[in-house]
Ligand binder design. Structure first.
Ligand code: NAD
Ligand code: ZN
Length: 353
């Protein structure tokens, strides 16, 4: 199955194998750079190694984890590229989760003013979200994704087979983006997901395909996030703040776990200040709690969370910007909420525990 992104590149949803590498070989690159982290080298490389053949190859392995998505690691990647004799006619293959996709894409998109790259996402989050949409970058100055660029890959190869080695907690975290995509654009998928008791039994290729397609369509309408692409931020204004707050604590939350809190609180705001029905709010709340459980957000953190939201780069002005739901399957962008309402939404969330 292949989804085209504006005729620019294709998202292939299939086992990565001979077919994809034959396509790559036809493009006659002078060589390939394979970027991965220590985990994906161990768990994912064996699935594709046999297809690498005799094309000149520079392998670059970096430590795993968000804290390595920064300039020092990027510098290491660029140095390895120079050392390996990588030129403009090479292609970079980014084998890993969102960290490798964002950073490998950034390194490729800036090396010698940009070389081609292919995304091979290996986490659920990167398969349905990060690998599509052309946003690349690294964290800088303690701010996530603050240095980067928009650039499209030559292709995205989405192989659900990689999920076999991904820890269950990471799968659940990525699943939050699938819930989000359904809530903003696919009422039918939302009503199907809502009935699922155990996500382990899901038909991943089918679920991923539908979710990627939502992201693809939104991105095609608004590649540079001037309007409708902001719909993808549903759950992320409060969610990002909660994620940042918990980042340096022992009980650190994964991205999707924080986004689940964001989806509950932002649904509450959508209901209290907008059109979302009480029944829809209850459904979203119950489902997110069922999948993610409840994590108390200390009251003392509320002012810190508000400050974090004010710094959120997505806000052009002082007002805190939100994407709300009108109903499941329909989002509305450029909404705002007051500090008082946001505080009440967090208190509502805490009352559910
Ligand atoms: P990640 O890349 O850190 O991967 C999570 C962990 O899983 C890592 O330790 C990794 O080594 C390991 N791993 C990856 N694939 C594996 C596999 N198949 N088997 C076993 N282990 C595996 O994290 P992530 O959640 O994939 O991505 C998060 C990043 O994505 C963040 O930096 C975020 O900013 C970014 N992101 C970008 C976009 C975008 O539009 N560009 C969108 C959403 C998120
Ligand atoms: Zn997200």
């Amino acid at each position: 199955m292949e989804l085209s992104v504006g005729g620019e590149y294709g998202i292939v949803i299939d086992a990565v194998g001979a077919e994809q590498f034959a396509w790559l070989r036809e493009r006659a690159y002078a060589g390939w750079v394979l970027i991965m982290d220590e985990e994906t080298e161990r768990y994912c490389l064996p699935r594709i190694e046999r297809y690498l053949g005799s094309t000149p190859l520079v392998k670059i392995v970096v430590p795993a984890g968000e804290r390595h998505k920064h300039l020092d690691t990027c510098k290491f990647i660029w140095e390895e590229m120079f050392r390996g004799g990588v030129g403009r006619r090479w292609c970079c293959l980014n084998l890993g989760g969102g960290v490798i996709g964002d950073m490998g894409g950034f390194a490729a998109g800036t090396f010698k003013r940009g070389i081609d790259f292919v995304q091979i996402p290996t986490t659920l989050l990167s398969q349905v979200d990060a690998s599509v949409g052309g946003k690349l970058g690294i964290d800088f100055y303690e701010v996530k994704n603050s240095i980067g660029l928009f650039a499209n890959p030559q292709a995205v190869w989405v192989d659900a087979g990689f999920l076999g080695t991904l820890p269950e907690r990471e799968i659940r975290s990525g699943y939050a983006e699938i819930i989000k995509h359904a809530l903003i654009a696919d009422e039918q998928q939302w009503s199907e997901l809502r009935d699922i008791k155990d996500i382990r039994g899901l038909d991943w290729p089918a679920v991923i395909e539908r979710s990627v397609d939502i992201k693809r369509q939104v991105v095609l309408k608004d590649p540079f996030e001037r309007g409708i692409r902001k719909a993808l931020n549903f759950g992320h204004t409060i969610g990002h703040a909660v994620e940042s707050y918990f980042l340096h604590r022992e009980d650190r939350l994964l991205h999707g776990e924080a986004i689940a809190i964001g989806m509950i609180t932002e649904s509450w705001l959508s209901h209290e200040t907008g059109d979302l029905s009480a029944a829809a709010l209850d459904d979203i709340r119950d489902y997110c709690l069922r999948v993610y459980g409840h994590q108390h957000v200390p009251e003392a953190s509320f002012p810190v969370l508000l400050d974090l939201m004010r710094q959120d780069k997505k806000n052009d002005t002082e007002a805190i910007n939100f994407t709300f739901l009108e109903k499941p399957g329909e989002a509305v962008v450029n909404k705002t909420a007051t500090a008082d309402m946001i505080t009440r939404s967090l208190a509502y969330y805490n009352s559910l525990g």
